[in-house]
Design a protein around this ligand. Structure first.
Ligand SMILES: Cc1cc2nc3c(=O)[nH]c(=O)nc-3n(C[C@H](O)[C@H](O)[C@H](O)COP(=O)(O)OP(=O)(O)OC[C@H]3O[C@@H](n4cnc5c(N)ncnc54)[C@H](O)[C@@H]3O)c2cc1C
Ligand code: SF4
Length: 604
């Protein structure tokens, strides 16, 4: 990636974008394709998926056979560099010793952020999700409708490439004709699960993932995405023609050197850089937003991590896209006489209403899957199927005892065995050796399935982050302190997940082999993961229609500082069961179009 140094930074950008993940990548893409001059500041180092992705290394070629370590929690092959549950020298703290109230924070300090690794599950929020309070009186409504955000979902799906199908199910939106890529074939375990779930009245449909199942059409899509902008169309056509289709052989969490799946580093940043409108500085740790004498955002202060020197960058607009919690931290650290409680915090709500996804999981052994041959699709990571929430009517009638739904990510197959594969087999074999051990390994390998519930969390003020009054990171910047709270709705939802998974396993004639590990639990009584464990954190600077009750308006524009925008998950007012990243990108696109329109009018 062409990258500049702090000494090459110019004084007159239109927009500064902090962060280069899904939010920063999308914001910079939309702005630069329309001609805005953008400076992107990224705290992590440069990362080139084409050269660095360990797609084809076997376990034998990996240190410790690829197993997880504190600095590589997901193992050697994971695309995440300089990240994990802990980042050395950059701690975070908790308000209490009680582990059930802890929030765990996964960060990736690298160009492209977490998009190099993420699961690529890309589900649209549905119409109910944007007006949840109007339906059941809990949480908040978003300040816009599904219909208003739908055109941006269309554009993001066409740009990044999302495979899946249209099924016409309740609150599970279809995409317009010609947008989705075809879904991949189901694996054996997925066919089997679908059959038995149908008997229980539980749906199973192709999952939507940001993976190209065929090459994108550079002759058609760019004109749909950038109507009337011939230069943008040409640049995008070139970028699309450099992306290959998936060959179903390597787990996507390693990253994708052939650009078949979406990563900011392979999909957003190359065309944005090709416009010539993007300057990018890596190892640039932004510490605060500066105010100008007019009380507007004048730019940012950042540290060059390679030298430890401090620099200023200036622009007409500042966009924070550093991931929800980090964006809140930046605002809380931007204190001034005018904003002593942190920038854009006149409502006092900054840091409140932090959300994650409700998570519970269960694994099982299914005798019907024993001794099966491998399939071509087995090699790739990620499920090809999922179960959208199906009990809307029962829930609305008050029959479930909790307010919001969940979807199930499930599957199994013969992926490449990792370190520890086969551990615990003696539970089934009762101990075997020699030839019998090999036969047993072949018999059982691929006969295990997992079921992971991913449920909606309703915003509550007790789940929050604030500045720790004492602890600072290695750069001297105050760190975040978290407090977490699951309400009864989430706890009971997790319980329902577990009951459902157990019922499915029983119907398939299987045996439950594991539940949410006790060290990950966010409750003594309920099978729920700790806050943050699903890595879908959003909120902390909620959007709304009233400046006293929210931090931003519907354009992710802070009420207090009109030229300051937050385009990551921070302005989310709810966290529907649908994984958040597609919505982050759609919102970022919408907010960026608003910035462009306001700059054109001269009001920004
Ligand atoms: C294992 C895993 C699986 C996931 N699976 C899915 C999935 O299937 N579907 C889904 O929707 N979501 C998934 N997610 C979540 C998804 O990755 C995030 O929602 C998404 O990346 C958020 O985008 P972002 O741009 O806000 O943050 P990030 O992608 O984290 O990017 C933020 C960037 O900002 C930089 N930054 C932070 N602070 C500063 C600073 N002070 N100065 C300068 N730069 C800074 C960071 O270094 C980083 O590069 C998954 C995440 C993980 C880790
Ligand atoms: S499975 Fe496909 S999309 Fe995923 S990393 Fe491998 S080639 Fe890329």
């Amino acid at each position: 990636m062409p990258i500049i140094t702090p000494s090459q930074v110019k004084p007159d950008y239109d927009v500064i974008v902090v962060g280069s993940g899904a939010a920063g990548g999308q914001t910079a893409y939309t702005l630069t394709m329309e001609g805005a001059k953008v400076l992107m500041l990224e705290a992590g180092r440069d990362y080139d998926p084409g050269k660095e992705t360990p797609m084809f290394q076997t376990n034998a070629q990996a240190p410790l056979r690829g197993t997880g370590t504190p600095d590589k929690p997901f193992g050697f092959h994971d695309a995440t560099i300089d990240g994990g549950w802990q980042v050395p020298g950059e701690p975070y703290t908790q308000t209490t010793e009680d582990p059930a109230r802890h929030f765990e924070w996964w960060r990736a300090r690298m160009l492209g952020g977490r998009t190099n690794h993420w699961g690529r599950i890309s589900l649209r929020n549905g119409p109910y999700d944007f007006k949840a309070r109007s339906r059941d009186g809990l949480g908040f409504d978003w300040p816009f409708t599904y219909e208003q955000i739908a055109p941006y979902y269309d554009k993001v799906e066409m740009l990044i490439g999302v495979s899946g199908s249209n099924e016409g199910l309740e609150n599970t939106p279809d995409s317009p004709e010609g947008i989705l890529q075809p879904p991949p074939a189901f694996r054996t375990s997925e066919h089997l699960g679908k059959k038995f779930m149908a008997r229980l009245g539980i749906p199973a449909i192709p999952i939507h993932r940001a993976v190209l199942t065929k090459r994108q059409d550079p002759a058609v899509l760019p004109a749909k995405i950038h109507p009337g902008n011939l230069r943008a169309q040409k640049i995008l056509a070139q970028s699309m023609s450099e992306r290959a289709a998936c060959f179903w052989a390597t787990p996507c969490g390693r990253g994708c050197a052939i650009r078949a799946n979406y990563q900011s580093t392979t999909v957003h940043l190359p065309p944005a850089l090709a416009t010539g409108n993007l300057d990018l500085v890596t190892n640039a740790m932004v510490r605060e937003v500066m105010l100008n004498p007019q009380g507007r955002a004048g730019g940012v202060l950042y540290l060059d991590k390679t030298t430890g020197t401090e620099h200023r960058a200036t622009a007409r607009i500042v966009v924070l896209a550093a991931s929800a919690c980090e964006t809140v931290r930046l605002l809380l650290n931007s204190q001034s006489v005018r904003f002593p409680q942190g920038l854009a915090n006149s409502s006092g709500l900054l840091g409140k209403y932090l959300m994650d996804t409700v998570g519970s999981s269960l694994s099982a052994q299914i005798p019907l899957l024993e001794n099966l041959p491998p399939m071509n699709e087995d090699g790739a990571g990620g499920g090809h199927i999922y179960t959208p929430w199906w009990l809307y009517k029962q829930q609305l009638a008050g029959k479930l005892g909790f307010a919001r739904g969940y979807h199930i990510e499930w599957g199994g197959g013969r992926g490449m065995p990792g370190m520890g594969a086969g551990a615990g087999l003696e539970h089934f074999t009762r101990g075997s050796y020699g030839r019998k051990l090999k036969e047993d390994a072949r018999r059982y390998f691929g006969s295990f399935m997992y079921f992971a519930g991913r449920g909606e969390m309703i915003a509550n003020a007790e789940s929050r982050c604030e500045l720790d009054p004492v602890v600072k990171d290695k750069w001297g910047i105050p760190v975040l302190r978290f407090n977490w709270h699951w309400s009864d709705h989430e706890l009971k939802q997790a319980e329902h997940m577990e009951q459902t998974f157990t019922e499915i396993v029983r119907a398939m004639g299987g045996v439950v082999t594991g539940h949410v590990a006790s060290r990950n639990r966010g409750s003594d009584k309920y099978p729920i993961e700790k806050g943050g464990r699903i890595i879908h954190e959003v909120g902390g600077a909620i959007m709304g229609t009233d400046p006293k009750q929210s931090v931003t308006n519907e354009w992710c524009q802070t009420w207090d500082v009109p030229n300051l925008f937050l385009t990551d998950g921070a302005p989310f007012v709810g966290n529907a069961d649908k994984n958040p990243t597609l919505t982050i990108m759609a919102l970022a696109w919408r907010a960026s179009e608003h910035m462009l329109a306001e700059m054109k009018k001269g009001s920004l």
